[in-house]
Design a protein around this ligand. Structure first.
Ligand code: TXA
Ligand code: MG
Length: 323
């Protein structure tokens, strides 16, 4: 079983030996390995049971480090990094040869971000290589937001989990790339569309490619619990009289601000009683996991208002609902 602790030196030693270690970030926990070491990169795919066509992103300690791994940094990309790093933003840039095709699944671009977590930033500063790190969950399942989530699913396959507490944001990073110098958002995430557009102007959102391996890994079924998840549109839940969930004993609910009528209280999780999107994002994956572990047949999930982080939360819910 993986040891769980806060020993950065141990994490560093293991990573330098080519081993895979789970690391905390502000978004979700990552399954990290030396991005310049092909065996370490292969181990990441193996542990996660991730198909080789789904590329990994790399994590760096500073914007200055970037030029070692990417060819060019377009002006708007630099502005985004300066505005939001360290933070939940991954930028796709043309890769240098030093980044293996294994990392990018053969794509000419590599996704890069500087995570905003004190332990992981200190670790990255001590390493002389970037860390490739996908979310530390088995492929397709809900992403982990605590060290225990990682231990529960991958603990028998990795030596160490660096424990940085519960992730502060709880949603994966937003992924931005450029097509003909125009910004394109390929994955909605911890940085809202509005925040990105404040820096680079209007951005296209193209996060809905289904099974195209060339497209940024946005498979339509993802982040999914094992139990069926059914979405309840807001117009449905905001008007209780239209809700006929009465007497449903073997279902659970993931609600936004208040419990849904007709479902047992112990089978419900409320994302944010005060209606805070940030709190809802932070609780989302942990609550989905809890509901997945209950003795119920299926999970109803309330769709949130579709702006700010709500849009990214709804994106995850709809992928979790897709079968
Ligand atoms: O918040 C995050 O980004 C977390 C933490 C650990 O940093 N990492 C994460 O990695 O979510 P992962 O592998 O679970 O999701 C990264 C996504 C994948 O869907 C992948 O397909 C896409 O990024 N991606 C990676 N490189 C790409 C590239 N060059 N072009 C398009 N999409 C890319
Ligand atoms: Mg993932």
């Amino acid at each position: 079983m993986a040891r769980i602790g806060t020993d950065i030196e141990l994490a560093k030693e293991l990573l330098e030996k080519g081993e895979v270690v789970a690391i905390p970030t502000e978004t979700v926990y990552g399954l990290a390995g030396n991005a310049l070491h092909e065996d370490a990169v292969l181990s990441i795919f193996e542990v996660k049971k991730r198909p080789a066509f789904d590329p990994l992103i790399i994590h760096v300690a500073s914007l200055e480090q970037l030029s070692a791994y990417v060819d060019t940094i377009p002006e708007p990309a630099r502005r985004l990094a300066e505005a939001f790093w360290p933070g939940p933003l991954t930028i796709l840039l043309p890769k240098k040869k030093i980044i293996s095709d294994l990392v990018t699944s053969g794509l000419p671009t590599v996704g890069v971000r500087m995570p905003n977590h004190p332990l992981t930033l200190r670790l990255l500063e001590k390493l002389d290589f970037p860390l490739a790190a996908p979310s530390a969950n088995p492929f397709g399942y809900i992403s982990p937001t605590t060290a225990q989530h990682v231990a529960d699913q991958l603990g028998d396959q990795i030596p160490y989990i660096l424990d940085g507490g519960a992730c502060g944001i709880g949603l994966e990073s937003t992924i931005v790339g450029f097509e003909n110098d125009e910004p394109v958002i390929y994955r909605l995430g911890g940085m809202s569309v509005e925040q990105i557009e404040n820096v680079v102007g209007k951005a296209a959102v193209r996060s809905h490619s289904s099974s195209n391996p060339k497209a940024p890994g946005m498979l339509s079924s993802h982040y999914a619990p094992r139990k069926p998840l059914i979405l309840l549109p807001t117009h449905y839940t905001s008007d209780g009289s239209r809700l006929s969930l009465e007497g449903l004993r073997d279902v659970g609910a993931l609600a936004f601000k208040q419990p849904l009528p007709g479902i047992l209280p112990e089978n419900q999780r409320i994302l944010s009683p005060s209606g805070s999107m940030a709190e809802a994002a932070k609780n989302l994956f942990a609550y989905l996991r809890e509901l997945d572990g209950l003795n119920i047949e299926m999970i109803y999930a309330e769709v949130l208002p579709d702006d700010g982080l709500g849009r990214a939360i709804n994106d995850r819910l709809s992928r979790a609902a897709a079968r």
